[in-house]
Design a protein around this ligand. Structure first.
Ligand SMILES: [Zn+2]
Ligand SMILES: [Zn+2]
Length: 380
């Protein structure tokens, strides 16, 4: 299929100025943009054609070659005119987005590279104790971060001097690059090497930041950890991340909380759980036990006949609710202790108890005699 004439594709005359070509391109590209014609192959082909035409006609060198040789100037098979210089095959969708990113015209991803950019968000892992999480704590943390340079106010230029507009990219921070693909050739927009994408050239750099406009600093930040926070939760400190670029806002600081486990308590939400050893006699007869809590020991009366595994609830002895009033509860589970060793007297009492219950127990062990007594036996 013969290629359409590039001037016809854009609907401009052979004498059209650069700005006429540009505005014709923008108009035509908007009309045929694939987003407006989903699934329409014809519109897609037309769109590619428009891009290809603009690539050539917007570049004075290529336009001159095209004027002289026509399409053969850019056809590698024709061997004339030098072609496109091996840009390789790119990702088709990337090409589309970068073409339109470069013009800032079509919805998402269209910010100019040298416009204000928000600074990076930072993440800090803060480990606190169980009690600190329960009662809240104020912690000072040290955050190494990129800050705007105070000496030059972030411009990167020596005080008293000004950055100048980059002549390579005209201040846009981007240069258009031709790219060959199986679908034709397209413009891609690349960061300008001369200015690193800032659009500005600094002739006399600021000495404190060496022209970067930013300095690495360690910031001391006070973090108020609220009572009731739990393991894995995150505090967001707005604007405490890295400094923005070119007047953009600072990033945020995310403080991720790790809570150390407690040696007695397990926490679920705002409730606490505790296993307590309770003597068999107390479980059986009832009695007062001393229950540890986060704020000291409290007395608690357990009833007669408490069974192993019974759980008692001590209201409002849990953790302060986060950003709310009230506390969780403390659940105490009775771990009834069976004695492992009995002395002679206890054994005797236990055997009497078994008799009273009518329980069949092992035969009473003979009372152990001392070595001295055994020796006395032998002598007799
Ligand atoms: Zn500076
Ligand atoms: Zn530049």
């Amino acid at each position: 299929m013969a290629k359409a004439d590039y001037y016809e594709v854009l609907g401009v005359g052979r004498e059209a100025s650069d700005s006429e070509i540009k505005s014709a391109f923008r108009k035509a590209a908007k009309q045929y943009h694939p987003d407006l014609h989903p699934g329409d192959k014809e519109a897609e082909a037309k769109f590619k054609e428009i891009n290809e035409a603009y690539e050539v006609l917007s570049d004075s060198g290529k336009r001159a070659k095209y004027d002289q040789f026509g399409h053969a100037a850019f056809d590698p098979a024709a061997g004339a005119g030098g072609g496109y210089g091996g840009a390789g095959f790119g990702d088709f969708s990337d090409i589309f987005s970068s073409v339109f990113g470069g013009f800032g015209g079509f919805g998402g991803g269209s910010a100019y590279r040298n416009g204000p950019v928000q600074g990076n968000d930072l993440r800090y892992n803060l480990t606190i104790t169980f009690e600190e999480a329960a009662f809240g704590v104020r912690k000072e943390i040290l955050i190494p971060r990129e800050d705007s340079c105070k000496t030059c106010g972030g411009s990167g230029a020596k005080p008293g001097t000004q950055p100048t507009t980059c002549t390579t990219c005209g201040g846009s921070g981007q240069v258009r690059v031709q790219q060959n693909t199986p679908f034709g050739s397209f413009a891609t927009v690349r960061t300008c090497d001369a200015c690193g994408g800032t659009g500005k050239i600094i002739k006399e750099p600021c000495q404190d930041c060496r022209g970067k406009g930013r300095v690495s600093k360690t910031n001391r930040i006070a973090v108020n950890v609220p009572a009731g926070i739990n393991d894995g939760q995150t505090l967001t400190l707005r604007g405490e991340g890295e400094a923005g670029h070119r007047g953009g806002p600072n990033g945020d600081l995310y403080v991720v909380i790790t809570v150390k486990p407690h040696k007695l308590f397990t926490r679920k939400g705002f409730d606490l759980y505790l296993d307590m050893n309770i003597p068999m006699t107390v479980a059986s007869l009832g009695g007062e036990i001393q229950v540890p809590t986060l704020s000291g020991t409290v007395k608690y009366s357990i009833p007669e006949g408490t069974q192993p595994g019974t759980t008692f609830r001590l209201r409002e002895q849990g953790v302060q609710r986060l950003n709310a009033s009230g506390k969780g509860d403390l659940f105490v589970r009775a771990n009834v202790q069976i004695p492992k060793k009995l002395n002679d007297e206890q054994r005797e009492l236990m055997q009497k108890l078994a008799e009273s219950f009518g329980d069949k127990v092992s035969e009473s062990k003979p009372v152990k005699r001392s070595l001295f007594e055994k020796m006395k036996d032998k002598r007799n």
